[in-house]
Write a protein that binds this ligand. Structure first.
Ligand code: ATP
Ligand code: MG
Length: 359
């Protein structure tokens, strides 16, 4: 097992810098998830750790050892991709044992490690089958098994579940959590899936255009985002942002208004230096933080233009007089009526400056 350290790592493809100086320390046994919009550099960073992509600048340490220029095979890592790429003509057992076969390990050792991995992954009954005789989830487990037999110090996963249907994803997500508990090995995991990120990660790394925006425990990022990018990225549906103006500041709080949107004034806690009077800010409210207008500390007024009923939860999309659209969550399927103008109360909000930094 091993920890990992990225020290000012950069990656350039020709003139274009796609990773712009990333510093990150991952403790031994941690489960770290990389999230960020498409093209932000998640896979590139993972491939740099694996050694499949050369690092243009900076250093990568695995288990305290500088591996920046080391061969992928010598880094003590194993990578699992979105496409499982199993050998179709080989059985499950030979597919899983293949890395050890390549390393010319003795047959007895290969058999033992394949049997161990098959037990962990509940694949014992399938060892004699060919990949085409397996479900997608079983195939992905074989791919994970092929990684496990190598007993890597660090597992790298690049969207391993995104080819699976919704139900299998949920199953495999639980399997991966269990696998991490059982093995205790450091894992770095790339995903687009909010729920995977929130449930699997000990810490989430939010990337944007090749740089880290914020690193923290899932609920820390949800409760305490540093900027509007992270606030909008963590949480689903995404946070609503409403333009507002600072009309008063008091100890650790700013009172903001957005008259066109129906907000007459609300005191919001601030973190740093108080914003100046008259500053244009962005008020961030999560869809799940709306409450009945009566007794709420803030309220917006808008006209419902779309209702999405998902059974347990319903989303009302409302157009504010100021032109912003907001999404309001409710447990009541009959809460929203299309075309009706309503008051939406809320209890909690965040403030962001014009540059997106949390105030
Ligand atoms: N071999 C390459 N040559 C030039 N540019 C590349 C190369 N590989 C990746 N890039 C660019 O680097 C950036 C980061 O790509 P990367 O695949 O790491 O993104 P990602 O965050 O994994 O995206 P996705 O979520 O879509 O998988 C992209 O703009 C991509 O076009
Ligand atoms: Mg990718």
């Amino acid at each position: 097992m091993a920890g990992l350290s990225l020290q000012s790592v950069r990656k350039r493809f020709g003139e274009t810098e796609v990773i712009g100086g990333v510093d990150l320390d991952v403790a031994d046994g941690e489960f770290v998830v990389f999230v960020g919009p498409s093209g932000c550099g998640k896979s590139t960073l993972l491939r740099m750790i694996a050694g499949l992509e050369r690092t243009s600048d900076g250093r990568i340490l695995i288990g305290g050892r500088d591996v920046t220029d080391e061969d992928p095979a010598k880094r003590g890592i194993a990578m699992v991709f979105q496409t499982y790429a199993l050998y179709p003509h080989m059985t499950v057992a030979t597919n899983m044992g293949f890395p050890l076969e390549m390393a010319k390990r003795p047959k007895e050792e290969i058999d033992r490690k394949v049997a161990e991995a098959a037990k962990i992954l509940h694949l014992e009954a399938y060892l004699g089958r060919k990949p085409r005789e397996l479900s997608g989830g079983q195939r992905q487990r074989v791919a994970i098994g092929r990684a496990i037999v190598r007993q890597p110090g660090v597992f790298l996963f690049d969207e391993p579940l995104s080819n699976l249907d919704a139900e299998l994803r949920v199953q495999m997500r639980i399997e991966i959590a269990r696998l991490h508990q059982e093995l205790g090995t450091t894992m770095i995991y790339v995903t687009h899936d909010q729920i995977e990120a929130m449930t699997l990660a000990s810490r989430i790394v939010v990337l944007r255009a090749g740089r880290i925006e914020q690193v923290g425990a899932p609920l820390e990022l949800y409760e305490n985002p540093d900027n509007s990018f992270v606030a909008g990225f963590i949480g689903s549906p995404r946070m609503n942002f409403v333009p507002a103006t600072v009309m008063a500041v008091e100890d650790g709080r700013a009172v903001v208004t957005a008259p066109e949107a129906g907000l007459v004034g609300m005191a919001v806690a601030t973190r740093g230096a108080p914003p100046k009077l008259g500053t244009s800010v962005s008020l961030g409210i999560r869809p799940e933080h709306f409450v009945p207008a009566k007794g709420a500390t803030g309220a917006l007024s808008g006209k419902i233009s779309l209702v999405e009923r998902l059974g347990g939860v319903t989303y009302g999309h409302a157009l504010l007089a100021s032109g912003s659209m907001i999404t309001v969550e409710s447990r009541d399927a009959d809460r929203f009526e299309i075309g009706k103008t309503e008051i939406f109360g809320f209890q909690r909000a965040f403030l962001f400056g014009a540059d997106g930094v949390r105030l």
